[in-house]
Design a protein around this ligand. Structure first.
Ligand code: PLP
Length: 428
C-alpha cells in the first residue's frame, strides 16, 4: 500500500489545523504513523487519497451501521437540500423523527435534538441537575460522554474518589461535582452515595461501554444501579450515543430490560450527519425551556438535512426486522475467525463483544473496567493495527476503541478480513 498523497495532505493540514485533525484520535497518536485521508466511501469500503480500498471497521465511529453512502439516506439529504438547508423555524420533519424514535425506544415520551453526542450528554446532566436540584454526578472511569468540562475528569489516586481535571481549562470547581466510580464495581458506587447523601443528581453510564474497548456490564450491574438511584432519588442516565439503534431497536434499555431516566443518543441517530438527542419521560423533559426552567438551545438543532438523514436511517432500522440479528451474526462470525487466527499463532488475547460492538485486547485477563483495559499490550496492538492497514483493513487507530460492524459487510469481506488477520497474526 502507498500512502504518499495522504502523507502530503497531512503535512499541509498540520500547517493550518492543530495536529492536522479536527478530532484528536484521528491523528494516529495511539499507533504511530500518519493518518490515512479518506476520499470517498461506498458500502463497507473507504477509498483513500492514494486510491487504496480499505474495508472499514470504524464506519465514522458508528453512524454508518448500514454502510457508507447508503442510498435512502443520500436521497433524503439531496431532496431536502433542494428545498433549503436551514430555517431556524420548526419543521414537520422534526416531529416525524421524534415520533419514530420514541416509538422505537422504551420508556421515553419526549426527545430533543442537538448537534452532537457531546451536546446530548452535556444537556442531559444539566437537565438532571436542574430537575433533581442537586449538583453532583457520578461517572465511571473509562466511560466517554463527549468533551464537555464535567466529563473530562480522571480518577485520583484512590479507587473511587473526587475527580481531578484531566485537561487544562477544566476548573477544579467543575471537577469537584463529578464523582468517579469504577465500571462493574457496585461497591465503588455505593461508597459515593454514602459519602454524598442527598447530593447526587444522577449517575451517567455507557450501559455497554465502548470507549475502553467494548466492555459489557456484568449481569445485574445495571439493575443494581437502577435500584441505587431509586433509593437515593437520583436519576439514571444511559449514554447510548454508541449503543442506541445499534445493539437493538430500543438500545440497551431493551437489550437488558433496565429503564433509564434519561437516554442520550448520537452517531446512528444522525445517519452520518451531525446529530445528537436526549430523551426522557414527560415530567422530566417538560423541565426544559421553553416549558420549564432548564435552558438548552441550538441554532442548527433539528437541522432539516440532519433530520432527513436520521429519519431515513431510523425508518430502515425500524422496518427491517432482521437487521440487528444479521449484525450480530456477522460480528459473531468475525469473532470466531479472529479467535482462531490468534489462538493458532499462540497470541495472548481477550475478545469482548456485544452484538455489533467488538474489541480485541492483547492481554490474557478479562477486560471488565478501565484498569483492566489499560493492561493490554499496546506494542502488539500497534503492529496489529499497521499490519491490518497494510492488508486493506481499517480498524480504529487506538487500543481503547470498539470496532463498529456494518451490515454492508458481506461474508466475503469477513473472510478477506479473517485471512488478513491470519497473515498479521504470524508477524506478532
Ligand atoms: C461518541 C460518543 C460521545 C460523543 O459524541 P460526539 O458526537 O463525538 O460529541 C458521547 N458518548 C459516547 C458513549 C460516545 O461514544
Amino acid at each position: 500500500m502507498i500512502y504518499q498523497r495522504s502523507s502530503q495532505l497531512f503535512i499541509e493540514a498540520e500547517e493550518v489545523i492543530p495536529g492536522g485533525v479536527n478530532s484528536p484520535v484521528r491523528a494516529f497518536k495511539g499507533v504511530g504513523g500518519t493518518p490515512v485521508f479518506a476520499k470517498s466511501a461506498k458500502g463497507a469500503y473507504v477509498y483513500d487519497e492514494d486510491n487504496n480500498r480499505l474495508i472499514d471497521y470504524i464506519n465514522s465511529w458508528g453512524p454508518m451501521i448500514l454502510g457508507h453512502a447508503y442510498q435512502p439516506v443520500v436521497d433524503a439529504v439531496i431532496n431536502r437540500a433542494k428545498n433549503g438547508t436551514s430555517f431556524g423555524m420548526p419543521t414537520e420533519l422534526e416531529t416525524k423523527i421524534a415520533s419514530l424514535a420514541i416509538s422505537m425506544v422504551p420508556n421515553i415520551d419526549k426527545i430533543r435534538f442537538v448537534n452532537s453526542g457531546t451536546e446530548a450528554c452535556m444537556s442531559a446532566i444539566r437537565l438532571a441537575r436542574g430537575y433533581a436540584n442537586r449538583d453532583k454526578i457520578i461517572k465511571f472511569a473509562g466511560c466517554y460522554h463527549g468533551h464537555s468540562d464535567s466529563f473530562l475528569i480522571q480518577a485520583g489516586s484512590g479507587a473511587s474518589t473526587f475527580g481531578t481535571p484531566n485537561s487544562p481549562g477544566v476548573t477544579q470547581g467543575t471537577a469537584k461535582d463529578t464523582l468517579l466510580a469504577n465500571y462493574n464495581d457496585l461497591e465503588s458506587v455505593k461508597a459515593l452515595f454514602d459519602a454524598n447523601k442527598n447530593e447526587i443528581a444522577a449517575i451517567i453510564i455507557e450501559p455497554v461501554a465502548g470507549n475502553m474497548g467494548c466492555v459489557p456490564p456484568k449481569p445485574g450491574f445495571l439493575q443494581a444501579l437502577r435500584e441505587l438511584c431509586d433509593a437515593n432519588d437520583s436519576l439514571l442516565i444511559f449514554d447510548e450515543v454508541m449503543t442506541g439503534f445499534r445493539l437493538a431497536k430500543g438500545g440497551v434499555q431493551e437489550l437488558y430490560n433496565v429503564n433509564a431516566d434519561i437516554v442520550c443518543f448520537g452517531k446512528v441517530i444522525g445517519g452520518g450527519l451531525p446529530v445528537g438527542a436526549f430523551a426522557s419521560r414527560h415530567e422530566i423533559m417538560n423541565y426544559l425551556a421553553p416549558v420549564g426552567p432548564v435552558y438548552q438551545a441550538g441554532t442548527l438543532s433539528g437541522n432539516p438535512l440532519a433530520m432527513a438523514a436520521g429519519l431515513a436511517m431510523l425508518e430502515v432500522l425500524n422496518n427491517d426486522k432482521e437487521v440487528f440479528t444479521r449484525l450480530d451474526e456477522k460480528t459473531s462470525y468475525l469473532e470466531n475467525g479472529i479467535r482462531k487466527a490468534l489462538e493458532d499463532n499462540n497470541i495472548i488475547f481477550t475478545i469482548n463483544r456485544v452484538g455489533s460492538m467488538i474489541s480485541v485486547h492483547f492481554d490474557e485477563n478479562p477486560v471488565v473496567d478501565f484498569e483492566t483495559a489499560k493492561n493490554g499490550d499496546n506494542e502488539t496492538f500497534k503492529k496489529f493495527f499497521h499490519g491490518l492497514l497494510h492488508e486493506g483493513i481499517y480498524i480504529a487507530p487506538s487500543a481503547y476503541e470498539s470496532w463498529f460492524i456494518t451490515d454492508a459487510l458481506t461474508y466475503e469481506d469477513l473472510d478477506f478480513t479473517i485471512n488478513a488477520i491470519v497473515k498479521v497474526a504470524k508477524t506478532l
